[in-house]
Design a protein around this ligand. Structure first.
Ligand code: ATP
Ligand code: MG
Length: 175
């Protein structure tokens, strides 16, 4: 079996996480085993997409304790980096396990944009890809190293977003 392909959803426009969950739904509909790993999600909100995915038998893991200083200024950056390192090690184990056909790493790209992880982590993650495993990376500011290695790269280009007019994230639409 050939190696699976690598997908990247990046850019400042809306649709990266929902595109990845849509792909998860499609794969699951054909009996593929899907794992979704979520980085940098806030503590409080439970997203509708995670609930729906779980209802379909898709495994979703939201890493705990990864609220960023942007949302909570009291967050300790070095603690957060350590936490992220551990979640990358866990992800690596899952990738090597051979137990999945599709693994989505949601908001992975932001780890590099915000310097919570290094390019060497990208090499390790992609180097661990097993035969037939499709990998999907979402998030703003995908690093060049990842774009160079990817097969599909889609940029959600921001033209308009109501947040610019102060509209808060809405349940069922943004989360
Ligand atoms: P979706 O989850 O709807 O597919 P996304 O994954 O592309 O969107 P992210 O970049 O992960 O979106 O953004 C996370 C959250 O940040 C959004 O749900 C929204 O609440 C907020 N957001 C998105 N775009 C903007 C923007 N242009 N300005 C301010 N806040 C935004
Ligand atoms: Mg997202």
């Amino acid at each position: 079996m050939p190696k699976g392909l690598i997908h990247v959803y990046t850019g400042n426009g809306k649709g990266k996480t929902t595109a990845a969950f849509g792909l998860a739904m499609r794969a699951s509909g054909h009996g593929k085993k899907v794992l979704i790993l979520q980085f940098l999600k806030s503590r409080t909100r439970n997203s509708g997409e995670a609930t729906s995915a779980k209802n379909l038998g898709i495994k979703v893991i939201k890493f705990k304790g990864q609220t960023t200083p942007l949302f909570d200024p009291s967050v300790n950056r070095s603690e957060l980096k350590k936490n992220i390192k551990n979640s990358l090690l866990y992800s690596l184990k899952q990738i090597k396990s051979g137990g999945y056909d599709l693994i989505i790493m949601d908001e992975f790209n932001n780890l590099f944009r915000d310097h919570y992880a290094d390019a060497v982590d990208i090499g390790e993650i992609i180097g661990a890809q097993t035969e037939g495993l499709e990998l999907v990376f979402t998030g703003r500011g995908a690093p060049k190293e990842l774009i160079d290695l990817a097969d599909y790269v889609t940029e959600m280009h921001l033209i308009k977003h109501p947040a610019a007019n102060g509209l808060m994230a809405r349940k069922g639409i943004e989360f």
